[in-house]
Write a protein that binds this ligand. Structure first.
Ligand SMILES: NC(=O)c1ccc[n+]([C@@H]2O[C@H](COP(=O)([O-])OP(=O)(O)OC[C@H]3O[C@@H](n4cnc5c(N)ncnc54)[C@H](O)[C@@H]3O)[C@@H](O)[C@H]2O)c1
Ligand SMILES: O=C(O)C(=O)C[C@]1(C(=O)O)C=C[C@@H](O)C=C1
Length: 325
């Protein structure tokens, strides 16, 4: 594994993901200096109190000046404004990346602001929790988890390798993917599961009002797992659904078709159909466990599920980016 050390890492946004990068990069010696910038002074002060970096500023352009690695760690809806603000201060030779949960939108809104000589390599660590803010981070978050990189055309291979080495240094397995493909895959494996969780918890709460009885109090394991996901950051997830609309709607259509198959099987009392579907999904869960990512990641006492290990044919190994005009 290639080892890497950046001179100055600039993190724009310092919530769960930004603070986890700061802690992991420092622990693994991946950056000599860490500059942190946030929009609100309270968040910046929280980051300072947690000793997450070396430089703290409300001015994102100041944070990126002289940085050889810049990672946007804010909600995706804030990216365009941040990109405009930092563009004049980005150094030639620097890598500009991000951690956003959607990728084609990021390419579309940030791409046009990236100056010549700066390598734009959007990224997405497939790791997280339902917690947010600077105190939510922990250095082990990325260990044994995928990080997807979507290098843009004209980015030198060596720059992508450097960024991959950075994520590998934090314990991740790196895959290169085309942005539009990323958005389709993540729509079904991450975005729709969150939509379902938000919905089911909301429905149960509504039922409580309608039936004037306690519903959520009696929730058992399965529902509790949904409540964890449904506690995820509302602003971050609002932005995901606003910016991955098409892929989410396409996958939601397929999901609803399959749900109506289940509905018909329940309605008609079709036991063999139900058993056959449940047997297939049980095998998928078991294959995820045996693929190893779940056991490789440390258990922090949170009911932390690993994402399904993406199957090899899903990946485009060449540089992507042509889909996202
Ligand atoms: N939470 C997860 O599970 C997870 C996992 C992978 C990727 N992501 C992505 O990581 C990014 C950050 O998510 P998070 O979970 O760390 O969120 P978070 O709410 O914990 O932190 C976001 C941080 O962004 C900053 N911020 C907000 N608006 C800003 C603005 N306009 N300008 C500058 N900074 C601003 C603040 O410092 C805030 O603390 C999002 O784009 C999200 O899609 C999240
Ligand atoms: O474990 C969780 O709490 C998560 O929701 C993490 C999760 C996911 O869906 O797997 C959420 C959003 C991301 O962009 C990446 C990871």
């Amino acid at each position: 594994m290639m080892s890497v050390k950046f001179r100055k890492l600039a993190l724009i946004g310092i919530g769960l993901i930004g603070s986890s990068i700061a802690l992991a990069a420092r622990r693994q010696g991946l950056a000599e200096m860490i500059a942190i910038s946030t929009r609100k002074s309270e968040t910046l002060e929280e980051a300072r109190a947690l000793n997450l970096g070396d430089i703290y500023t409300l001015d994102a352009a100041e944070a990126v000046r002289g940085a050889d690695l810049v990672i946007l760690c804010a909600p995706v809806g804030a990216y365009e404004a941040i990109a405009k603000a930092i563009a004049p201060a980005l150094e030639p030779g620097a890598i500009l990346s991000d951690v956003g949960s959607v990728k084609a939108h990021v390419v579309k809104v940030v791409g046009p602001h990236v100056p010549a000589g700066v390598s734009f390599i959007p990224g997405h660590p497939i790791a997280g929790t339902e917690h947010s803010g600077p105190s939510a981070g922990f250095a082990e978050l990325f260990a044994g988890r995928w990080c997807i990189l979507t290098p843009q055309p004209d980015v030198p291979q060596a720059q992508t390798e450097k960024l991959a080495a950075f994520w590998e240094g934090m314990g991740s397995d790196v895959e290169i993917m085309e942005a539009g493909h990323h958005d389709m895959v993540l729509a079904i494996t991450s975005h729709i599961p969150h939509l379902i969780a938000y919905n089911i918890v909301g429905t149960a709460d509504d039922l409580e009002t309608v039936t004037k009885s306690e519903v959520i109090k009696f929730s058992a394991g399965g529902f509790r797992d949904f409540t964890r996901i449904a506690a995820s950051d509302p602003v971050m997830w609002r932005d995901v659904f606003l910016t991955n609309r098409e892929a989410v709607l396409e996958m939601l259509g397929r999901f609803l078709e399959d749900l109506s198959v289940l509905q018909r099987a329940v309605d008609s009392g079709d036991g063999p159909a139900l058993e056959s579907i449940f047997t297939r999904t049980r095998a998928i869960r078991r294959s995820i466990i045996s693929a190893g990512q779940e056991t490789a990641a440390p258990d922090f006492g949170r009911p932390h599920e690993a994402p399904p290990a993406p199957a090899a044919p899903l990946f485009v190994r060449e540089h992507g980016g042509g889909d996202d005009a």
